[in-house]
Design a protein around this ligand. Sequence first.
Ligand code: RIB
Ligand code: CA
Length: 322
Amino acid sequence: MTLSHTSVSKHKIIFDTDPGIDDAMALLLALVSPEIEVVGVTTVFGNSHVEATTRNALNLLELAGRPDIPVAKGADRPMVLPRGRTGEFVHGEDAMGNIGWTVVHNPDRRPLDVSAAQFIAETIMAQPGEVTIVAVGPLTNVALALQLEPRIAQAARNVVIMGGSVATPGNVSPLAEANIHNDPHAAAAVFGAGWDLTMAGLDVTMAVRMDEAFFGALRRSENRLAQFIARIVRFYQRFHRERYGYPDGGVDTHDPSAIAYLIDPTLFRAERWSIVVPLDGPAMGATIADRRGFFWTTPKVNCLMQVDAARFLDMFRARLTT
Ligand code: RIB
Ligand code: CA
């Protein structure tokens, strides 16, 4: 089952994340969107180590006026591979664009006593058929939750990930996207679980470019969340200019794409393919889409292939500036 724009009731989501500049954009978009209720945030290593991504999650919720949303701290390393390099070179030393976030701003706020994997498993099992996982970092917490409680594969409403790619080159190796490459064993478990899984991969996330004109509109608005995004994105803009030569302050729109899909699936065109993830070698962490039906026993994934970029950007800007 995939989402139909007209028939979808409000999405209760667990947002599994490694914030991260684009993670912050995605979370803030979710929090201002009436179609979405964030029931918890779970954190993982990726754009930085998990202490920093957890601090950032707590601070983002505070900034958005949602300290009521629980945060559960998750994995600080992949399931099998040794720890690798984290993403401060893309997101800044604080993973928030070098704005100097070194502490949790509200000293009364701390993560829950349960792990992210426990939180995911318990929350889904408490409300079968109700809760969607939106995972926009390495898939370690989600795979650990599957190990703890395999029945979540039937009890989750949907899973939407930002990660992978069908036909677009990788962003951390010739074939692999960062979130999958950071923990390919976890990704293989998540793709193989047989649940209703949508992949917002590089095919769509690199086809939507936010640029300086876009961020200028956020900066000039009176919405302080929009102004915050315009502030943290500077470092990310520099990375995209130096790494990809993007002009005009352009950046890819990775993690917000997963939220945009829940808000309005008609923004995207999808195809259903089985996905296999190589666990070693030069293709490690790639998402090989079987477009000829060889892996016929492997579960099919709803792969987002095309996006209406202009309509997506209008939607994002309208939601964050009004
Ligand atoms: O490849 C893009 C992904 O890697 C995004 O989720 C970004 O936040 C980083 O984690
Ligand atoms: Ca992310």
